[in-house]
Ligand binder design. Structure first.
Ligand code: ZN
Length: 438
């Protein structure tokens, strides 16, 4: 038997841990796992040595913005950045594109915009907004992976928030995963024009996350629905989540690289490239967020890649109130998280669980996110001991504004394979994924 490709690594990150192994690929799928030195017949046999072999990451929180705000970001640039960062599957958020993905026609417009342009596999979230409950079942049948709702202003007028009552009606309308931006508008204060980061953080306090999570928990409990809390920043919401999970409420939660790597203390005045919602909080909160990740109270880490036009970051005035909130980091998520994880005593197997298997399980993609026989041969050669300095010119997303500029990070993505073939950035081979209809 001859394989198309064999990749050997002394640091292969398999579902049961890290060990030397050879991964054999046929027709885009992982066909066999063998010992590092096993004699295997293959068209291409590549020995990565001490460079780690990871499953391709699954990033379920990416705002591509095409069509409609393609000048902010598009499928070609976002997926090229993803591949360069070791992300082989992303799921696109339903907003910031125009139209937002709240009807089947809008989903088809997204697919038309994405088709032939994606360097990695791409799936789509649908959205819940006031007035589209009647579209949810059809969207689910058309293959969205679930539905996003905001409890607070989303930042764009065409994707208004829902209140607790409408969220609960949506949960009862369709059997699907709901993902929620959980900040309570009642606890979010208007922020005055200010270049002081502390003013911005004070306008979106931990209580806004805690009380919104309480709303989400109550709705999930009453509707017996599956709900996922997006981009958790504050640990104040964790007790509520843990108690509900212990009761069997079907809740999961994600956090993002910036909450794990950046702190409020280090944000200079006027540095609006650090603005995101909910905000980056203080170091003590960050330590407790890491503890929650380590003990499984937080399920996964995804980027919340949310770019915009550079001028919308208002670097001219440094006004946090006026600046767009969003950090575009799909390309840097892996080294950002790994740099911190390793300092805190975690291994690559932990990172793969948080950033590959965890998100794949969240959206129900069993063939993604792990190096296992039968799965897609989406793989990453990751030089976990090498370092680099973040130069915005290295970034492939459309406008390389980044709070990580100038930082030294550990871990370099040497190569990315999508279904057994290297992603080169030339011919896009990404597929558009559909969730199985219920
Ligand atoms: Zn987002």
């Amino acid at each position: 038997m001859s394989y198309d490709l064999v990749l050997r690594s002394r640091r292969a990150v398999l579902p049961d841990g890290q060990r030397p192994a050879a991964v054999a690929v046929t027709a885009g799928r992982i066909a066999a796992l063998a010992g590092y030195d096993a004699p295997l017949d293959a068209v291409v046999d590549e020995d990565l040595g001490d460079v780690a072999l990871l499953p391709g990451l699954v990033d379920t929180h990416v705002h591509v913005n095409e069509p409609g705000r393609t000048e902010w970001e598009g499928f070609a640039s976002a997926t090229r950045a993803a591949a360069a960062g070791g992300v082989t599957t992303l799921v696109d958020m339903p907003l910031n594109s125009v139209p937002p993905t709240v009807t089947v026609a809008a989903l088809e417009a997204k697919r038309a915009a994405a088709r032939g342009r994606c360097h990695v596999d791409v799936g789509f979230w649908g959205g819940v907004v006031p007035g589209n409950l009647g579209d949810l079942v059809a969207l689910r049948r058309a293959g969205v992976f679930g539905f996003k709702a905001f409890l607070v202003d989303s930042g764009v007028p065409e994707f208004p928030p829902v209140d607790a009552g409408l969220l609960e009606r949506a949960l009862a309308t369709v059997d699907a995963l709901f993902v929620v931006h959980a900040e309570d508008p009642g606890s979010v204060r208007g922020s005055p024009p200010s270049p002081r980061y502390a003013d911005f953080v004070a306008s979106r306090p931990p209580e806004a996350e805690r009380s919104a999570v309480a709303t989400v928990v109550a709705a999930a409990r009453r509707a017996d629905a599956r709900v996922h809390v997006l981009h958790l920043s504050s640990v104040a919401a964790l007790a509520e989540l843990a108690a509900a999970r212990a009761d069997g409420v079907r809740l999961t939660v994600e956090t993002c690289p910036h909450y794990l790597a950046l702190t409020a203390e280090q944000v200079p005045d006027g540095a609006t490239e650090f603005k995101c919602c909910p905000p980056i909080r203080d170091r003590d909160n960050q330590d407790r967020l890491w503890a929650a990740l380590a003990d499984g109270a937080v399920d996964c880490v995804v980027s919340d890649h949310s770019p915009c036009l550079p001028e919308l970051k208002r670097a001219d005035t440094g006004d946090f109130a006026a600046a767009w909130g969003g950090i575009a980091s799909v390309q840097l998520s892996l080294p950002v998280v790994w740099t911190q994880a390793r300092r805190r005593g975690h291994g690559l197997a932990d990172v793969a669980r948080w950033m590959a298997a965890g998100p794949a399980d969240l959206v129900g993609l069993p063939g993604k996110g792990r190096i296992a026989v039968g799965g897609d041969a989406d793989l990453v050669a990751f030089d976990a001991d090498a370092g680099f300095r973040v130069e915005p010119g290295l970034l492939h997303h459309r406008h390389p504004v980044t709070p990580y500029a100038g930082q030294r990070l550990t871990g370099v993505v040497r190569a990315t394979w999508l279904r057994g073939e290297p992603v080169t950035g030339d011919a896009p081979r990404g597929r558009l994924l559909r969730a199985d209809a219920p």
